[in-house]
Design a protein around this ligand. Structure first.
Ligand code: 2DT
Ligand code: MG
Length: 219
């Protein structure tokens, strides 16, 4: 039998605090893969284009107020409404690159004081990322890059509380799914330097795909 037929696309997630360069790197990566002729798709979370995404967008822009639990569940629902498309693409050999995922979901909501378990539970059994790259930058370096935007959560106190929660999220991923699934990437340096680091980490996953079924998050 042809071993390549049992391979599927890799599900790769990028996480990190605001202004770590995540979105820049994700966009460049998807472009680079497409130029090589690989099939790849960028999936942004929150996906602000859906009906639920528009409610999230209004909340983030402070055009709407919402209970912390309710907005948390909307962020999760926003992932669930994209889950089938992610699965389908992975099974069709497409590499799916996500800009944020359930890990931001936990870190930001737990930083507001919601119980960690409450934050984790609604995402149980979503597609499990094959690899999460957590881009790290000190608060000093992040602050020196540019000013915060206008959105909710873009404050130093919120970012530092979220940073602490991300260390707990990392531990949870490593404990439940194996430490090879969570990799820290030093986000210091130029765009090209960071890009080279990322390329070295994911080259095998994107060029060869992944063997085996898509896992279930937190299961
Ligand atoms: P962007 O700036 O990347 O668009 O994110 N967030 C994100 C949550 O609070 N919960 C989630 O589940 C996700 C995916 C992080 C907008 C903000 O939304 C936060 C920053
Ligand atoms: Mg933002």
């Amino acid at each position: 039998s042809d071993p390549s037929s049992s391979r599927r696309g890799a599900f790769i997630v990028f996480e990190g605090l605001d202004r770590c360069g995540k979105s820049t790197q994700v966009a460049r990566l998807v472009e680079r893969l497409e130029r090589k002729g690989d099939r790849a798709r960028l999936q942004k979370f929150p996906d602000r284009t859906t009906a639920i995404g528009k409610m999230i967008d209004a909340y983030l822009q402070s055009k709407a107020e919402m209970d912390d639990h309710a907005i948390h569940l909307l962020f999760s629902a926003n992932r669930w409404e994209c889950a089938n498309a992610i699965r389908r693409d992975l099974e069709n050999g497409i590499t799916v690159i996500a800009d944020r995922y359930a890990f931001s979901g936990i870190a930001f909501s737990a930083a507001k004081g919601l119980p960690f378990d409450f934050c984790l539970n609604p995402d149980k059994s979503l597609p499990l990322p094959d690899l999460t790259l957590y881009m790290t930058l000190s608060q000093e370096e992040a602050s020196s890059r540019s000013q915060f935007g206008e959105e909710r959560y873009e404050t130093v106190s919120m970012q530092s509380a979220t940073r602490q929660q991300f260390t707990l999220v990392a531990q949870e991923v490593k404990n439940r799914h194996g430490k090879e699934r969570w990799v820290e990437v030093d986000a210091r340096g130029t765009i090209e330097e960071v890009e080279t680091r990322i390329e070295g980490i994911i080259a095998n996953l994107t060029s060869q795909g992944v063997q085996g079924e898509i896992g279930k998050l937190w299961i």
